[in-house]
Design a protein around this ligand. Structure first.
Ligand code: SF4
Length: 398
């Protein structure tokens, strides 16, 4: 463990907010997705409607919560529990595949049949498309090393996107990137855009061997690949923390599938009003969707949440402050990474008001406001200095 990781974990506010994650790291808790595999559900067949499947899902969640509340150790769990057939996880996979036929994974609610090659706003096919998988040291201190699996595509269209080649423009390339660590060394198969649940499971197994602290589904945004990520869980069985790292524009049915299998959450909260979200990310109805999703993971999910808020130039009053106010009022257990890494990328030059770095005064104002609201942010926030020579951030911990 590096010094800053130890420093963060020694903070009693961090210990109080991440008990399940800490127990998982210490080998004292069972990952939620493994418990979901042990919960039996009635027979699943091709005739059941989505409504029937959802009712079965709701009933299984009650049993799942009872099992979580038992708090078994991994040892006891392995000795006393068998995989159910069919299981709560099988039911989630089946529902996800049904949803894929009229895709509603995110709030764009395209309704396209991705199983028949139709493409929605995210541009993603029915298969997962993975950019890379790496043991990543650059995430928040308590998360590193993190086993990141980067999925192509995104459900947003942020005009300032720093990862636009992964999120939006990947189809313009002829071939997946050469030298891709995950595909060339770990998957042992020819380079391909398309990846199966078994491929994702192989990457999870390889990252686990590399002693990562968690499996970090990220992008672009991983929402479009929800069905593959869930099915991959059928093919691996390690007791490891699963982490959802997303813009959090998930639909309610999609969040329903994720709620019981993710141990820790790493969502963005970008904006403090709908107009800015629409203008810069093409994301309608942003605030209501964020509020609904965050409230649900707080109330019904693990409630162990690191929120990423990127301070944008000229947007402290209209975005940072309202977002932080809502978080302070409704998510007192969350910690917030108040990020200063914004830089004008992609189409930002077409928007003069955001075509600059945020000033030190703006970053300080957002952080001071968070402190005044009682938000815990220091243990998970890095300071960074923009290096214009290599156009990257030089990062140090607070
Ligand atoms: S994931 Fe979202 S953007 Fe992509 S097809 Fe489904 S509803 Fe549309």
């Amino acid at each position: 463990m590096s010094r800053d990781v130890l420093h963060s974990w020694r903070d009693p506010r961090v210990q109080a907010r991440f008990p399940h994650y800490r127990n998982l790291l210490d080998g004292k808790a069972v990952a939620f997705y493994k418990i979901a595999k042990s919960i039996a559900v009635p027979t699943i067949d091709a005739t059941q409607s989505i409504d029937e499947l959802v009712r079965m899902h709701d009933a299984a969640r009650v049993l799942f919560k009872d099992e979580v509340a038992r708090g078994q150790t991994p040892n006891d769990f392995e000795q006393t529990t068998v995989k159910a057939n069919p299981s709560f996880l099988d039911l989630k996979v089946r529902l996800a595949k049904e949803y894929l036929k009229h895709c509603n994974f995110c709030e764009n609610l395209c309704g396209v049949d991705r199983t028949r090659g139709q493409i929605g706003k995210c541009g993603m096919p029915a298969e997962a498309c993975i950019f890379d998988a790496i043991r990543h040291e650059g995430e928040e201190p308590i998360l590193v090393p993190s086993g990141c699996i980067f999925f192509y595509g995104c459900t947003f269209k942020c005009v300032f996107c720093a990862n636009f080649e992964i999120a939006h423009e990947w189809r313009k390339k002829d071939l997946p990137p050469l030298g891709l660590q995950a595909r060339s060394m770990w998957l042992k198969k020819p380079a391909s855009w398309f990846n199966s649940p078994e491929d994702v499971a192989d990457l999870v197994a390889e990252l686990f061997k590399q002693k990562v602290k968690n499996i970090n589904y990220v992008g672009g945004d991983p929402t479009s690949d929800l069905h593959v990520i869930l099915e991959a869980m059928e093919h691996h069985d390690m007791n490891i923390c699963l982490l959802w790292n997303s813009n959090f524009y998930n639909s309610a049915p999609a969040l329903d599938l994720l709620l019981d299998v993710m141990d820790i959450w790493l969502p963005d909260w970008k904006y403090g009003n709908d107009a800015c979200a629409l203008k810069y990310s093409r994301a309608p109805n942003y605030m209501a969707i964020m509020q609904r999703n965050f409230q649900r993971i707080n109330d019904e999910g693990s409630g162990e949440i690191i929120i990423r808020h990127l301070v944008m130039p000229g947007h402290v009053e209209c975005c940072s402050k309202p977002a932080l106010e809502w978080i302070a009022r409704h998510l007192p257990k969350a910690v917030v990474n108040i990020m200063e890494q914004y830089h004008p990328a992609y189409h930002a030059s077409e928007y003069p008001e955001i075509n600059r770095l945020p000033t030190k005064e703006e970053i300080d104002a957002a952080r001071r406001y968070a402190t005044d609201l009682g938000i815990v942010w220091e243990p998970v926030t890095y300071t960074a200095a923009w290096n214009p020579n290599n156009r990257s951030w030089d990062v140090s911990d607070m």
